[in-house]
Design a protein around this ligand. Structure first.
Ligand code: SER
Length: 321
């Protein structure tokens, strides 16, 4: 029997692509897309949709009951930069949302929960390169604090209630479909639109700022793969380090410049620089590789080519790119 899935944050950067990927895999009717505000993207209506606020436990419970849900992908959250502007809201949505989902899951017999963690669990005192799985977790953003607390809560629910929660520490995610919103790694998506639409971009991070990144197809593969892995192989129920590529803003600009003639980038670091400076430049994901066979397909050149060709087709339908 395919799983019956509820995806919160279905209209967000990950959800907008994960929902179609899950529907392709398990069938449209198997995946309920939960959005915060109706109506949500047109594409989400290829299968069942519900409107709910993730801090409303009763609304989550109703969606689970109404649709016979046995698996939840709980994606709804505030990202790092917007979190620093609204720390109270970030805590409320990220923590109360997660606790509500976990409580509904354990009471309703939901079998498995996915929850995204982040490289933001690390802070400035962790090693900055090839940051190990078990490096110290003392983040300096409220987003990171909510991710560390969330990891601990997920692990606690596994130990206390036997709830099978699985989690990945995503790097910055780059996607050609839905834009991210309010993150520190958003520049790595914005830069592609700017290159194609204007031939110029002003980056909000310094040029030498390097961060771990991943192309969305790899993130979807990792997510579905850890959720389908036999429970005996999942050794961590907090959050697995996950890695694909790492580059500086300047290296990404140069790679795009190989395809977009005359592309020029200037740098005007803003408040997000401090957040980026507190995060790893690269992470060591050997536990994910060992435990459930993780391996990414996209590095910087291949991701860049694919982004430019997909966005090029969408942004300039008249021209060949
Ligand atoms: N991409 C996220 C952000 O920038 C990190 O998980 O906030």
């Amino acid at each position: 029997m395919p799983p019956k899935i509820l995806v919160t944050g279905a209209a967000g950067q990950i959800g907008a692509e994960l929902v179609p990927a899950l529907r392709l895999r398990y069938g449209n009717a198997q995946v309920v897309a939960a959005v915060h505000k109706a109506p949500g993207a047109e594409a989400l209506r290829a299968g069942p949709t519900v409107t709910l606020d993730v801090v409303d436990e009763e609304a989550i419970s109703k969606a689970v009951r109404d649709h016979g849900v046995d698996t939840i992908y709980h994606l709804a959250a505030l990202l790092s930069a917007v979190g620093e502007d609204k720390p109270d809201l970030a805590w409320e949505v990220n923590m109360k949302g997660l606790k509500s989902v976990l409580d509904v899951a354990r009471r309703s017999g939901v079998k498995r929960v996915f929850w995204p963690s982040s490289i933001a669990v690390f802070g400035p005192n962790a090693p900055r390169t090839m940051t190990p799985q078990n490096a110290s977790l003392i983040p300096t953003t409220i987003y990171g604090v909510s991710k560390v607390s969330g990891e601990l809560l997920c692990n606690y629910y596994f130990l206390k209630y036997g709830l099978d929660v699985r989690s990945l520490r995503y790097p910055g995610l780059i996607s050609s479909e839905a834009p991210p919103g309010g993150g520190t790694t958003d520049y790595a998506v914005e830069i592609f639109y700017a290159a194609l639409e204007k031939g110029a971009y002003t980056c909000f991070l310094r040029k030498e700022t390097a961060l771990p990144m991943m192309y969305m197809p790899d993130a979807l593969d990792a997510t579905i793969s850890i959720m389908e892995t036999d429970v005996a192989r999942v050794k961590l129920h907090g959050g697995y380090n996950l890695s694909a590529m790492s580059f500086s803003a300047e290296e990404l600009a140069a790679e795009i410049g190989k395809h977009v003639k005359g592309f020029s980038v200037s740098y005007a670091p803003d408040r997000r620089q401090k957040i980026a400076d507190s995060w790893p430049m690269s992470v060591d994901d050997s536990e994910a590789r060992k435990d459930w066979g993780w391996s990414p397909k996209y590095g910087l050149p291949r991701m860049t080519e694919d982004m430019l060709s997909r966005l090029g087709r969408r942004l300039k339908p008249q021209k060949d790119v």
